[in-house]
Ligand binder design. Structure first.
Ligand code: ZN
Length: 653
């Protein structure tokens, strides 16, 4: 879609005629002088002239929060203003105000672009048309003729304004505009020969000649590498964030969920219970500099004294010193600028989404925290895993941490044996690796004339249940549930084992991703369960990267090496879009075990229960009575009947 030179020339002529000067005859400085008519700063202009239409929650005059002023005013001093912010925080209102200010003060053709066609229609009806009809400072440019106010083209006395969608190249491709406003930029997608942002910027070329062009972009972020991320991180864009002062030490910081700490319950436990945290306002913000608690009562003052600063800039007396200004600027902020969003609300929401899984966590990160989702792209480091070691050991009886409430197994089959892990889960999905190992037993191996399946079963059982699972406080734990991979190397052995250890069920993984189906579900074709391997693996990565992941001090090097060997990596496709690619490196057997153990957790809906005190009580009482005879000596029939006797945690082997 090359530029049409006639189009460019017309636009240039139109632009010059608005300035009442002839091309080639302007004196130096003349254009600069004429750039802005109003002596008012845009934020002041907005408070004087802008009106919120009836489509807004609170129609009427506009009054800016202090932290919004610098963003709004940036349209006067910068060529490009980007906002990266949560949903429903007023970022599109700020952009609309900036568009209105441009209409009243600069007057050049403009285009407003939304990600989807339907949004473009809705936004024209709800926001743009009322702005022109209802705001006197803008309405004066309109003839009053409805034909001059259609979605296809809005004709004002000194300019045209258009609305389009990033899905429809013809909406954008041939229209010369000095002003572009791109909304929901992170949802824009490139495809063959089509780059929406690039194409929009080409519309400005005729206006660039006379040095008059403005770009506005706003969006909630999606993930590292999306169109918004690329635009704000190109060179020449100054990336600013909202730095809040601490009421105690006066130092500035970007408020983050990481510094919101849970206040323990009456039993002095941090139960991560979203309902309780909200009810009891059980959260406090710890200043990252002085470590003192920042009270909710300071929030308004903090929000009013936000300093917009780039990483590494020095803030003195509430202002940045020594900034090198750029023509383009981005403002990235999160919901903490809104002082009615309490720290307890944030923490409660954070724990609630952790229960719901990766999708919900991503939404929180994008739409509340205003951050790009960072798929754990880099392989988890060995050093990091070593920091996860805690003071307990794998095979020493009585070393299972006291916070463990439930034991789950995941096992992976190979031709030469079985890899397996037993994980312990506690309140709030705290996860401990309780035991792990490899059982050497080759497929079809027989010993002393024993049936190969029987031999595989006996060795597997002897390894996993080598000694009772006893907690440090003496309480004996039983295996609650588990999955063993039936999809690969030795299905007959798997069936044989599952017939004899009824807590362990056969599992078949699918490499396809289908977001409409559960991550794990029981097959209607047989007794096995089906799971979506990539989605599970992705959640395991998040789990490993979280504070909820713990390893025993004697964890093996094999485990550490293998558990790192699956990760998701962003890769550019041929059109330049970022795609997430699932990477697996051999050997990754312990990682497969971890994925299956998480599947077991999901299959039993434990993710919800482990956040719910009454469900925890049901899961853990009555616990099985410690019984020294109740481990390896039992017959298979015993295991079967005790499994049937109770669904949860009350069986022995
Ligand atoms: Zn402080």
């Amino acid at each position: 879609m090359g530029d049409n030179s006639e189009d460019k020339e017309n636009a240039t002529r139109a632009a010059f005629s608005f300035l009442s000067i002839r091309p080639g005859h302007s004196r130096p400085g003349q254009i600069e002088l004429l750039r802005v008519k109003s002596p008012l700063r845009p934020s002041k202009w907005a408070e004087k002239h802008f009106r919120l239409s009836t489509a807004y929650a609170r129609p009427g005059p506009f009054s800016a929060y202090k932290w919004q002023r610098e963003i709004i005013d940036a349209i006067q001093t910068h060529d490009e203003v980007i906002q990266v912010a949560p949903s429903q925080i007023g970022k599109s209102l700020i952009a609309e105000i900036q568009v209105a200010w441009c209409i009243d003060n600069i007057g050049m053709n403009g285009i407003v672009v939304y990600a989807k066609k339907e949004t473009a229609s809705d936004m024209f009806a709800d926001r743009i048309r009322p702005m022109i009809k209802e705001i006197p400072a803008i309405q004066k440019f309109w003839s009053g003729n409805p034909d001059d106010l259609t979605q296809k083209k809005m004709r004002l006395s000194h300019m045209f304004l258009r609305i389009g969608s990033a899905e429809v190249p013809s909406d954008i491709a041939t229209w010369s505009s000095g002003l572009i406003y791109a909304s929901e930029v992170s949802k824009y997608r490139k495809h063959r020969g089509w780059d929406p942002i690039e194409s929009l910027k080409r519309r400005q070329e005729a206006y660039r000649i006379i040095g008059r062009h403005k770009s506005l972009m706003e969006s909630s972020p999606l993930f590292v590498g999306d169109c918004l991320y690329e635009e704000m991180h190109r060179s020449g864009v100054l990336n600013l964030r909202a730095y809040h002062p601490c009421p105690h030490c006066g130092k500035h910081q970007v408020l983050t969920i990481k510094q919101v700490k849970e206040i323990p319950n009456a039993k002095k436990e941090t139960d991560h219970d979203p309902g309780r945290i909200l009810r009891e306002n059980a959260a406090r913000y710890e200043c990252m500099h002085c470590k003192k608690t920042i009270e909710e009562s300071s929030r308004l003052w903090m929000s009013d004294n936000v300093v917009w600063a780039a990483d590494g800039e020095k803030i003195e007396n509430g202002a940045v010193v020594g900034r090198k200004e750029q023509k383009a600027v981005s403002f990235q902020y999160n919901r903490f600028v809104d002082y009615s969003f309490t720290f307890a609300m944030a923490l409660s929401r954070w724990f609630a989404v952790q229960k719901k899984g990766t999708e919900a966590m991503q939404t929180f990160i994008n739409e509340d925290m205003g951050e790009f989702w960072h798929e754990d792209t880099i392989q988890i480091s060995e050093d990091y895993l070593h920091t996860k070691k805690m003071k307990y050991r794998q095979f020493t009886e009585g070393e299972v941490p006291n916070s463990v409430l439930i034991l789950l197994l995941g096992a992976d089959c190979q031709d030469d044996g079985f890899y397996w892990v037993v994980n312990g889960y506690g309140r709030g999905m705290d996860k401990y690796l309780v035991r792990s190992g490899f059982v050497a037993v080759a497929k079809n191996e027989s010993q002393d004339g024993k049936d190969p399946h029987q031999l595989a079963y006996e060795r597997f059982r002897a390894a996993v249940f080598a000694s009772p699972f006893r907690r440090k406080d003496g309480r004996q734990m039983e295996l609650f549930f588990g999955f063993i991979d039936r999809g690969g190397h030795r299905p007959a052995d798997v069936d044989y084992i599952c017939e004899r250890i009824p807590q362990i069920r056969p599992y078949i993984g699918s490499t396809r991703v289908d977001f409409k189906r559960p991550v794990v579900e029981q097959s209607d074709k047989g007794i096995w369960w089906m799971g979506q391997s990539m989605l599970l693996s992705r959640e395991v990565t998040s789990l490993i990267a979280s504070e909820r992941f713990h390893l025993p001090e004697d964890v093996t090097q094999d485990y550490i090496d293998q558990v790192r060997n699956e990760y998701i990596e962003p890769k550019k496709d041929i059109h330049g879009n970022t795609k997430l690619v699932y990477v697996k490196i051999e050997p990754n057997h312990y990682r497969s075990c971890e994925n299956l153990a998480l599947a077991a957790c999901k299959a039993q809906s434990l993710e919800n229960m482990l956040f719910d005190e009454s469900a925890i009580a049901e899961l853990t009482h009555p616990m099985s009575v410690p019984d020294s005879t109740a481990d390896q000596g039992n017959t298979d029939d015993d295991a079967q009947s005790s499994y049937l006797a109770g669904r949860r945690g009350r069986r022995s082997y």
